[in-house]
Design a protein around this ligand. Structure first.
Ligand code: UDP
Length: 323
């Protein structure tokens, strides 16, 4: 009997934090993985542990034509600057990758007759007036604010994904990712979790923006990747929230990280960035219903893993800063 062909998955943004974990996960599921990245915010360091004949890395900027040889079954589209300091520094590039890059990634899926999954974001809800956020909430985004380059690009990406589905029959999926954390985040990407861990481990002050009463919900990366895979493999094609519904103030997060690292650091308060959402928590009842998914890793367990990883990473950096 002929052996079944291995499924081929393309991942855009594969050298990023979530992308690299998705590579590991799909290889573990027996897929072939074609990893695309232009290393703008990703790094090959996130992929260097992979030793598999089923893995190919290609340096590709998806704002140009994407040329992949052979059959492709699934396209996971993750590529985009995703931390606020990155997208504020790369405003036009963020718009371009969300718009042109998404069109090219769907174009690849269409050409290959592959299923396409867009990783959208909780930022499509903006500074939400509805709490917790359900998928049928249309959001409260300032279209000309500094964050709009990311928020509106992702909203457009959802729009073009649905238009390709309706008009051209591309088989699509959309997930909206809430705050995610874990090993391989960049220590200087400016997000709360890696910043607070780095500051705590260095006994520096933890920079809490505003009065720290704004809330977020933090999902460990292994839970998130499982959710992404289940949406890709399932039948449900409208947007699905993926995140951990446990909600914490940023001050609570900072204090938890100080306690868990045994740091002597203290919290200092700095100005709140423009349009920083005040509250954010996913309603994940749809994910429970359509993909039978909910996070399994408690934030303290996930933070423990993440802190351990950062300890090693920062020690390595200090030992060989050029790496
Ligand atoms: N934040 C903070 N100090 C930092 C980095 C972030 O107080 O050094 C706050 C930020 O203002 C926001 C929350 O932590 O309210 C989460 O920020 P992050 O950049 O992690 O992600 P966001 O959810 O805003 O995209």
């Amino acid at each position: 009997m002929a052996q079944e062909r291995k499924k081929v998955s393309v991942i855009t943004g594969a050298a990023g934090f979530i992308g690299s974990h998705l590579c590991d996960y799909l290889l573990g599921k027996g897929h072939r993985v074609i990893a695309l990245d232009n290393l703008n915010t990703g790094t090959l360091r996130n992929l260097e542990h992979i030793d598999s004949d089923d893995f190919v890395y290609m340096n590709v900027d998806i704002t140009g034509f994407i040329d992949i040889p052979g059959q492709v079954d699934y396209v996971y589209h993750l590529a985009s600057p995703a931390s606020p300091i990155d997208y504020l520094q790369m405003a036009l590039h963020t718009l371009k990758v969300g718009a042109v890059g998404t069109r090219n990634a769907i174009g690849l899926a269409k050409w290959k007759r592959a299923r396409f999954l867009l990783t959208s974001t909780s930022e499509v809800y903006g500074d939400p007036e509805v709490h917790p956020q359900k998928e049928d909430y249309w959001g409260n985004v300032n279209p000309i604010g500094p964050r709009s380059v990311y928020d509106e690009a992702k909203r457009y990406a959802e729009t073009i994904t649905m238009a390709y589905r309706r008009e051209q029959g591309v088989d699509t999926r959309i997930v909206r990712l809430f705050n995610t954390y874990g090993p391989r985040m960049r220590p200087y990407d400016g997000r709360a979790v890696p910043t607070f861990i780095r500051q705590s481990l260095d006994d520096k002050h933890l920079t809490v923006f505003g009065d720290g009463s704004q809330t977020r919900s933090f999902c460990y990366v292994s839970d998130l990747v499982e959710g992404i895979y289940r949406v890709m493999m399932g039948d449900y094609f409208l947007p699905v929230n993926l995140g951990n519904p446990g909600e914490y103030t940023i001050k609570e997060l900072a204090e938890m990280i100080i306690e868990m690292t045994g740091s002597r650091s203290e919290v200092v308060y700095q100005a709140l960035p423009t349009d920083d959402p005040k509250r954010r928590r996913p309603d994940i009842s749809l994910a429970k219903e359509v993909i039978d998914w909910e996070p399994t890793i408690h934030v303290r367990d996930g933070l423990k893993e993440t802190i351990e990883w950062f300890r090693g990473f920062l020690a390595d950096e200090k030992a060989s800063p050029s790496k």
